[in-house]
Design a protein around this ligand. Structure first.
Ligand code: SF4
Length: 457
């Protein structure tokens, strides 16, 4: 039976279904990649690439000049620059080795530099990476070039490097502007320096600015979050990502610096996320997926309206390319047929590259069942709905058990999280904050696994 939409009690549902579920930036999620499926699977998957189909490329820069205590990324703090310079040398070698293995230069339709803080790179190192990529790939004329930026380390030299890269999109971390919250997460960053960096980026030709805001941070009162959201709107970004802070000190040791008693509870997180979303939509941003907001004319908003939104290891994207090649320590690649993750510690990664070995550490070969479930989960995360006839048209008879599962789940769901209308399985608007829980119903790997995840809201 479907419960009336207004009856959904989010807190009770979270308590019943288990509050920790994956963010579903891939299916299966990275904890299910196998250690015995690294270099051999990587070679096999690379052999499936062709010269004409554009790919996306991700470069991971696992260094920061500070360590924010909330951070969930694979990164480390460094006060010296020489390890960064040496690491860039390994990246250049890895890119060249990839090109040599293929024997041709694939087309590149999108490039993303993440980390860590890619804006920490010296202009010369940015130029070295750009040259390596130009030598290994053929950039499409409309290739999107995006970089994650920490405003505190953007020097005039770094800006020169970003300009040379012909950056089209910058993703700026803000989190919260209040000094109390910033002190509790070790991330001092003024509104003025953030605004100045955005102005510089726009003057350099960067057309899309994304700003990340976090709710659920320590000492973050509703007033502090509201003030941050208002200031972020003042910055006039094209996109805003509103993420819930994932407190996983059992995975990220530096998060033990954040005191449990300073964190908002589940009810406060739910209320904060809902209020911030209302403010953003009231300011003219369109909701995109579970946690993004974009201006009407932005590519992400257009993709969401067209049902063409995708989800990859960086989150929501309008990037349509099926293949994502990741370079660098911990980087994840997605191929037709499987996923690969590189060695995580930078020292071991550099040793493998220096020895001429692939950096692939572990991987996963997709089964037909994984492809179907991965598609269903991606559509739920992007559209809050699965077109069951389209699923059958795409995957044939193999998807019939999955269609039956969807119909059964909607029929037996007593919380009002999922419904079926015609041949469409969907999550009603009131239940969308719990989308990750509905997605997890289709995750065949989740049951019985030992991996731990972040809060669903
Ligand atoms: S600057 Fe970004 S990547 Fe580096 S520690 Fe802070 S949040 Fe993490």
């Amino acid at each position: 039976m479907n419960a009336p939409v207004a009856a959904i009690d989010h807190r009770a549902v979270l308590a019943r279904h288990g509050a920790e579920v994956p963010r579903y930036t891939s299916y299966p999620t990275a904890p299910h990649f196998a250690a015995d499926a690294g270099p051999a699977l990587w070679s096999e998957l690379c052999a499936g690439l062709d010269e004409d189909t554009p790919v996306s490329v991700y470069l991971h820069i696992p260094f920061c000049d500070r360590l924010c205590w909330f951070c969930g990324c694979h990164t480390k703090q460094t006060r010296r620059y020489d390890p960064v310079e040496a690491y860039v040398g390994s990246l250049v070698e890895e890119i060249a080795a990839f090109r040599a293995r293929l024997g041709f230069s694939p087309r590149l339709g999108a490039l993303h530099l993440g980390g860590g803080s890619p804006s920490f790179l010296a202009a010369g190192d940015m130029a070295r990476l750009s040259e390596a990529l130009q030598g290994a790939f053929r950039f499409t004329p409309d290739a999107e070039i995006s970089v994650e930026i920490d405003p505190s380390d953007v020097t005039p030299q770094a800006l020169a490097g970003l300009r040379a890269l012909e950056l089209t999109r910058a993703s700026i971390g803000v989190q919260d502007f209040s000094p109390e919250v910033q002190a509790a997460i070790n991330r001092p960053q003024s509104f003025e320096e953030t605004r100045d960096v955005i102005d510089e980026l726009r003057a350099s030709g960067c057309v899309t600015i994304n700003v990340d805001v976090l709710y659920g941070l320590p000492l973050q009162t509703p007033e502090r979050l509201d003030a941050t959201v208002e200031k972020v709107i003042e910055l006039q970004p094209e996109r805003i990502a509103l993420f819930g802070y994932a407190h996983v000190p059992h995975v990220k040791k530096h998060q033990t610096m954040i005191r449990d008693e300073d964190l908002p509870g589940r009810a406060a997180r739910l209320a904060d996320a809902a209020r911030a979303a209302r403010t953003l939509t009231g300011a003219g941003f369109e909701p995109v997926g579970i946690d993004h907001f974009a201006r009407h004319g932005d590519r992400l908003a257009k993709a969401a309206r067209a049902g063409a939104l995708r989800r990859n290891f960086q989150g929501y994207t309008a990037d349509p390319h099926e293949t994502l090649i990741g370079f660098g320590a911990s980087a994840i690649s997605r191929f037709f047929g499987g996923h690969i993750q590189n060695i995580v510690p930078t020292g071991l990664y550099r040793e493998a590259i220096a020895a001429g070995r692939p950096a692939a550490l572990r991987g996963y070969r997709l089964t037909r069942d994984d492809e179907i479930r991965g598609h269903m989960i991606e559509r739920l995360m992007c559209d809050f709905a699965i077109d069951l006839d389209a699923l059958l048209a795409r995957f044939g008879l193999a998807a019939e058990p999955h269609v039956r599962q969807a119909l059964r789940l909607a029929a037996t769901d007593e919380d009002g999280l999922a419904q079926v209308a015609g041949r469409r399985f969907f999550i009603p608007p009131e239940a969308r904050p719990l989308t990750r829980i509905v997605a997890s119903w289709f995750d065949a790997h989740l049951q019985g696994g030992t991996a731990r995840y972040s809060n669903a809201v």
